[in-house]
Design a protein around this ligand. Structure first.
Ligand SMILES: *Cc1c(COP(=O)(O)O)cnc(C)c1O
Length: 364
């Protein structure tokens, strides 16, 4: 009998990841961050958010390629994410955005990544532990993590920041993907905080914020979504390339008569005789149920619409237009993020971070 431990079988679904597109997106964002001033060296650095396993692509593979492209500032949410990168990215280049809780302290000091300190308690904890270099987040209006302006003023009065080695003073925009007065309001608050609290570097813009203009760039930008092909604002459309291409194998082809009911809940009834292809991807792979009767795949130039509901491990396509399609062939799912977001109603962030563990991730 075969030993199950040595039997390996290639999964019937894969993520093709375009390393050239990832690096091109990084370079495009770096050029935008530098103000697009041809030949002018503005000194603005461009970092990379690689939290949530590199937005689902694989943080290690993404970070290695970004570092090779010149990135020296990486952002994760958790200490475990920093630890998982620390053999390929020097830990001092890794920022842990969620800060440092009491239970994190031993790991934080051992790993050597740098916390984004978000509250007076965290600042005291870090100082008492002799943590050294750190970053500080100021909340300029998203009301999420960070010190409020009252805490900045109070901290200055009480000596909270005395002896703190602040490298990056950061803030985060709530509505950078929209043109609303809150962007300028947050910018004004952050500028005030930066005047009050000296730091080596200042950082405010994520992907969408980069498009708001040079006054939002400060010393360091920290895009995530756009690196991975996300169109954070419409004006990015021509500048950012698709990186993630999910592909799934055809498990079975069948001929369905007119009137056949397809999938769970019988949500699609064939209007005419239909050639159906059953492919090996489902909502467990991040191909959400929202793509039911709305998503699609491509084969040989033909578009194969999703018919019926997406199930956990399977999707049914109308392959009537793909006469050459055979069992075992690979379908390219339509996963251009702007289009897939419009079709599914899911955000581009969810479309990326939901990609599961069953894919064979293939960088090319
Ligand atoms: C996730 C995150 C980013 C990156 O945002 P994108 O919209 O993906 O570019 C930057 N800064 C902070 C604080 C974040 O949480």
């Amino acid at each position: 009998m075969a030993n199950p431990a040595v039997v390996s079988t290639p999964p019937p679904l894969r993520l093709r990841l375009d390393a050239g597109a990832l690096v091109a997106n990084y370079r495009a964002l770096a050029a935008l961050s530098a103000g697009g001033q041809v030949g002018a060296e503005t000194g603005v650095e461009t970092g990379a958010a690689v939290k949530a396993d590199g937005y689902g692509l694989g943080a290690r593979a993404a970070a290695a390629r970004l570092r090779k492209a010149g990135c020296r500032n990486f952002f994760v949410a958790h200490w475990a994410e920093a630890a998982a990168l620390s053999d390929i990215v020097p830990p001092e280049e890794i920022t842990v955005l969620n800060g440092v809780g009491a239970a994190d302290m031993p790991a934080a000091l051992a790993i050597g990544a740098v916390p984004m300190l978000n509250s007076p308690d965290q600042i005291v904890r870090w100082k008492n532990a002799g943590g050294g270099r750190c970053h500080v987040m100021v909340d300029s209006g998203i009301n999420r993590l960070g010190l409020g302006m009252d805490q900045v003023a109070g901290g200055l009065a009480s000596g909270l920041f005395t002896g703190l080695q602040i490298d990056i003073l950061a803030s985060h925009l709530a509505c950078a993907d929209e043109d609303v007065p809150q962007n300028a309001q947050q910018l004004a608050i952050f500028n005030r905080a930066a005047q009050m609290l000296p730091a080596k570097r200042r950082s405010m813009a994520s992907s969408a914020g980069i498009m708001l203009g040079a006054q939002y760039h400060f010393d360091l930008t920290r895009p995530g979504l756009a690196l991975y092909g996300g169109i954070a604002r419409p004006e990015m459309a021509g500048l950012i390339q698709q990186v993630v291409f999910p592909q799934a194998q055809v498990l079975q082809l069948r001929k369905l008569p007119a009137g056949a009911a397809v999938g769970y809940g019988a949500s699609h009834i064939c209007a005419k005789p239909t050639r159906a292809a059953i492919i090996a991807i489902g909502y467990a792979d991040g191909y959400a149920r929202a793509f039911s009767n709305r998503g699609g795949g491509m084969f040989d130039g033909a578009r194969l619409p999703v018919i019926g509901r997406v199930s956990m491990d399977l999707v049914i396509l109308d392959a009537s237009q793909a006469e050459n399609l055979r069992e075992g062939d690979w379908i390219n799912l339509d996963y251009e993020l702007g289009r897939a977001s419009a079709a599914s109603g899911l955000s581009q962030y969810e479309l990326l971070t939901g990609l599961g563990n069953r894919y064979h991730r293939v960088w090319a």
